[in-house]
Design a protein around this ligand. Structure first.
Ligand SMILES: Nc1ncnc2c1ncn2[C@@H]1O[C@H](COP(=O)(O)OP(=O)(O)OP(=O)(O)O)[C@@H](O)[C@H]1O
Ligand SMILES: [Mg+2]
Length: 253
């Protein structure tokens, strides 16, 4: 039983070339919480995350069947609009990719694309998002200097601020702290925990300690199948399935 699912995945299958990468995936992702997808390398974590904002559309020889409902809209329905779907989701990848422009322009980029032109309005969005991601005090005196000059950890928070500036509902993160030092990792983890008040957060991680620290729910994936899904404490400390037990004990990697 999961409260208030925001994303509902129904019998989702992904084939790439002739490989059956995701098999009969059924899951409800709860609203306003952190859900972490865990599992060994190559099990399909990134692929599953990509199905949520149709990022597999760009992959060659891919076939996706089944449905992913966000609210009640099937994002794989024939007339679903990819731009509209992606606007609902902010994606944070493994490494930060700031745009080659100033700190300010990185955050203002999305809102400008969506038609916001007034300087005062953009100023206030930039300030708000930089505050929400804990960057404001660190960068307020150099908003117009290049984003590339920031540390990697700051760049990752800037990328999060850029994503949040277009008011998504969902934040997707694929091993978003793997390139960061421990302090920056801690800051991003803290942010996820704070941001779940406003957003639904789905993260891929292979670090069990991280999953335990920040997630409300855990999805354990193994060879393209969901083996177990449930509250963090249950899945990590008292798993029902034998495969999950072996994975959390470190017998499968
Ligand atoms: N574009 C692609 N073309 C062919 N095979 C792919 C493609 N993308 C993923 N796969 C295959 O799908 C399977 C799942 O990959 P995926 O990247 O989702 O795993 P993962 O759990 O994220 O692994 P990791 O922990 O190493 O990031 C793998 O066997 C991978 O080789
Ligand atoms: Mg991956």
């Amino acid at each position: 039983m999961t409260p208030h699912p925001l994303i509902r995945v129904r019998d989702l299958n992904v084939h790439i070339d002739d490989h059956h990468i995701l098999k009969h995936i059924n899951i409800n992702i709860p609203d306003k919480s952190v859900t972490s997808i865990i599992g060994p390398s190559g099990c399909g974590k990134t692929t599953l995350l990509k199905t949520f904002n149709r990022l597999l559309d760009d992959t060659a020889n891919v076939k996706v069947t089944g449905s992913v409902l966000v609210h009640d809209e099937d994002i794989y329905a024939p007339h679903a609009e990819v731009t509209h779907i992606r606007k609902k989701m902010g994606l944070l990848s493994q490494r930060p990719f700031p745009l080659p422009m100033s700190i300010y322009d990185n955050v203002a980029y999305g809102p400008r694309i969506h038609g916001i032109r007034k300087k005062s309005e953009l100023d206030s969005i930039v300030e708000q998002q930089l505050k929400d991601t804990g960057l404001w005090e660190e960068v307020k005196d150099r908003l117009h200097s290049p984003a590339a000059k920031l540390s990697i950890g700051q760049q990752q928070r800037l990328c999060l601020a850029r994503g949040l500036a277009v008011e998504p509902e969902i934040i997707l993160g694929d091993e978003s702290t793997s390139a960061l030092d421990p302090l920056s990792t801690h800051k991003i983890e803290d942010l996820f925990v704070r941001l779940k008040e406003k957003y639904t957060i789905v993260l891929v991680t292979h670090i069990l300690r991280q999953a335990r620290r920040i997630s409300d729910y855990i999805v354990f994936v193994y060879m393209g199948e969901i083996i177990e899904f449930g509250p963090t404490e249950e899945v990590l400390l008292d798993p029902k399935e034998e495969l999950t037990k072996q994975y959390v004990k470190g017998f499968i990697s």
